[in-house]
Design a binder for this molecule. Structure first.
Ligand SMILES: [Mn+2]
Length: 351
């Protein structure tokens, strides 16, 4: 078998240019364009928004970036800080005042009632509802929306700054789990195009964000509570002040030998927050959390990473005690039965 060369991947420049013409027809008449991201904006969405601003030849004040929720992950916060990006909180009323609203890395159905109308939608997620926007470019075979925006930048010959290239490369890296997941030739080619322009010092500081020194004593306190049964490693850390340590701990724990599944849980502001990880070749983590907690909280995610947030009062009502030792046992039990239980009865979780 011959090696495939991603540099031979043909970008359809004419098609991209035609799309750009249509994009300009929708956006150019608008005095201001709102760039809307998903609730906890991730690197792919943030990079795509910066890139769309450049594609449209606009600045921060005419294309403000918005999200309904806050950025929580440490890496994503570092990205905002190091690349000097501001995302403002928003509500439907504010959006209504914009003559043009652009969605990046997300589709209108995600927002439901919260979104009056989207004029522009650029995304790579599977389409789960019809999109009635004046302009939409949905490429579900792409690993990242940043790849679509990189092609736009090439098609219009825009000047790509080091900051923009770094953002887009990180967007592609993050969404494809460092090119490990759902990566196609288009993503590899965009990655190669961005690579020479990227600032690797900045990238390293984003990917390895500083941790407060207090995290060391926290780790030494909670790590002995790790439980391991079959391929499942669980850890309930009790009360936490920052929600983002849960996903970080989950990523870390997946490295322990013989681990197929990781669940890290913690109590945060009246909720039980759970991050689930697997190496990607077992059952979808998103499906597992949706099945377990879809009815008593918010639960969802991808094949290899997922998250569930259950109000503690719902947990008390449908699972049981919210004492830390009881939660640790219940988390292990629920996931063990759901993942390794085979044909056993589904776990009875419901409000
Ligand atoms: Mn994405």
């Amino acid at each position: 078998m011959q090696l495939a060369n991603p540099s031979r991947y043909e970008v359809d420049t004419a098609a991209n240019q035609a799309r750009l013409e249509q994009l300009h027809r929708v956006a150019d008449g608008a005095e201001r364009v709102a760039l809307l991201l998903q609730d906890d904006p991730d690197p792919d969405g943030i990079a795509s928004a910066i890139a769309l601003r450049a594609v449209l030849g606009r600045n921060r004040s005419t294309t403000p970036m918005f999200a309904y929720g806050e950025v929580t992950r440490a890496e994503n916060l570092a990205m905002l800080r190091l690349l000097d990006v501001t995302i403002e909180p928003v509500d439907a009323e504010t959006l209504r005042q914009f003559p043009c609203v652009a969605l990046l890395d997300v589709q209108p159905a995600y927002f439901g009632e919260r979104l009056p109308h989207a004029h522009i939608v650029i995304d790579h997620h599977p389409k789960n509802a019809p999109v009635e926007s004046e302009f939409h470019d949905l490429r579900t075979t792409y690993g990242a929306t940043s790849t679509i925006l990189t092609e736009y930048l090439e098609a219009c010959g825009a000047d790509v700054s080091q900051r923009l290239a770094t953002a887009l490369l990180y967007g592609i890296k993050a969404d494809t789990l460092m090119l490990n997941r759902e990566t196609g030739p288009a993503d590899l080619r965009a990655f190669m195009a961005l690579y020479p322009l990227t600032n690797y010092n900045v990238l390293r500081r984003i990917e390895r964000p500083e941790l407060p020194l207090s995290f060391a004593s926290f780790l030494s306190r909670v790590l002995p509570r790790i439980r391991k049964k079959m391929g499942l490693l669980t850890l309930h850390v009790g009360n936490i002040e920052r929600e983002d340590i849960i996903p970080q701990l989950a990523d870390f724990c997946l490295q322990f030998e013989g681990t197929e599944w990781v669940v890290v849980a913690g109590k945060w502001q009246g909720f039980l927050v759970m991050s689930v990880r697997n190496p990607g070749y077992v059952r979808s983590a998103g499906d597992v959390v949706r099945k377990l907690f879809g009815e008593i909280g918010r639960a969802g995610g991808h094949r290899s990473m997922a998250k569930a947030i259950v109000p503690l009062r719902h947990w008390r009502k449908s699972v049981g005690s919210t004492h830390d030792s009881a939660i640790a046992a219940a988390v292990e039990d629920l996931f063990l039965r759901e993942i390794y239980g085979g044909a056993q009865e589904p776990v009875a979780v419901g409000v």
